[in-house]
Write a protein that binds this ligand. Structure first.
Ligand code: DAH
Length: 341
């Protein structure tokens, strides 16, 4: 049998490229030695023998040999990494199986709304504080100028924990606690849970979030109050939103107001959400009643202030068009997933 010519050798090397993609690890190692081995590999032999060829053939054969060598190196390299990956995964790994979606946690919409509101007031210099959910009747009612036999105390249908101790019906007790413990100037927002004996319905829950606001200093006027609320409303509901202050009554403020914002669903033209009034109520508010300041040991001739209380559940419902407050308590993933950012 005559020795194969360089061309025949190269043809067989090229044919081997086809087999590489199905070779197992042992076959592949053999092929690497036989084809690319530095001592006796086929390509090495061919390239070494170039010197014996007629000069006019040398260039073409050399170029072809180098091209085939490059193809072999890359095909063998690719097959080696495929086999290495399969070995690393073991035989039980089905790499064609779809992955499991990663479950991501996210903020509950109420938590997010509370943070947004407090952050806006922080820009105006308000400090965020929290207080106890179990309160004394004194802080929950009497220090706030709500006498226990006053109709206002009836308004709050209260959970009693023991005689004299209630689950707070609003965050306003923190007005009294702060006024007693800190010197003006005072600027606070107080988010927290409150409790009332209300039956569940589309707009009532026996436990709900409130955010209290309180500013007390020398010379604080109703104008400061309106400016702060207007700033908040424009930031939270949008720059175009207008506000309306309606006279109202709360025992701890005088004068008292309820604040309405222009309905952002219909821009004030009237819809079912705003019951065709063009406005939505978002908070109770007013100038701190002098009796509250005096109850907490402050000179009401020297200091004035304003206070407000709003319900983040209600505000979240208005902002996101949620028709029933109970949806915000059920934690149905189909609802919550809509708030994942
Ligand atoms: N505490 C009131 C409530 O729960 C809300 C409120 C109204 C708070 C007026 C205030 C205020 O600070 O000034 O219904």
């Amino acid at each position: 049998m005559s020795t194969p010519t360089v061309h025949e050798q190269l043809d067989s090397a090229l044919a081997a490229v086809e087999d590489i993609s199905t070779a197992n690890a042992n076959e592949l190692a053999d092929m690497r030695t036989q084809l690319l081995g530095r001592k006796a590999g086929l390509l090495t032999t061919v390239l070494r023998s170039l010197g014996g060829l007629p000069p006019e053939e040398r260039r073409d054969v050399g170029a072809r040999a180098n091209e085939i060598k490059r193809q072999l190196e890359s095909a063998i390299g690719r097959r080696e990494s495929v086999l290495a990956a399969a070995t690393a995964g073991g035989d039980t790994l089905d790499r064609s199986m779809p992955g499991r979606a990663v479950w991501r946690g996210a903020m509950h919409p109420i938590t997010a709304v509370v943070d947004q509101i407090c952050d806006i007031f922080r820009e105006l210099g308000f400090t965020r504080v929290v207080g106890p959910e179990a309160e004394t009747e004194s802080y929950n009612f009497t220090k706030l100028n709500i006498s226990l036999d006053h109709p206002a105390a009836d308004m709050q249908d209260t959970f009693y924990l023991s005689p004299g101790i209630v689950l707070r019906t609003h965050t306003s007790p923190m007005q009294a606690r702060t006024l007693e413990n800190y010197e003006p100037p005072i600027r606070i927002v107080v988010p927290g849970q409150c409790y009332r004996r209300d039956a569940w319905d589309p707009s009532h829950a026996p436990v709900f979030e409130q955010i209290e606001g309180l500013v007390v200093d020398e010379g604080v006027s109703f104008v400061d109050f309106k400016a702060a609320i207007d700033f908040f409303v424009k930031r939270f509901f949008g720059e175009e939103t207008t506000t309306r202050f309606r006279p109202s009554f709360f025992p701890f403020t005088e004068p008292s107001a309820e604040v309405d914002v222009q309905c952002h669903i219909c821009s004030g033209s009237g819809c079912t959400t705003c019951k065709y009034s063009g406005f939505l109520e978002i908070m109770g508010a007013g100038m701190v009643h002098p009796a509250v300041l005096e109850n907490c040991g402050l000179d009401s001739e020297r200091y004035t202030g304003y206070a407000f209380g709003m319900g983040p559940h209600r505000i979240a419902m208005l902002k996101y068009g949620i028709p029933d407050i109970r949806i915000l308590f059920e934690n149905d993933m189909r609802v919550l997933n809509q708030f994942v950012e």
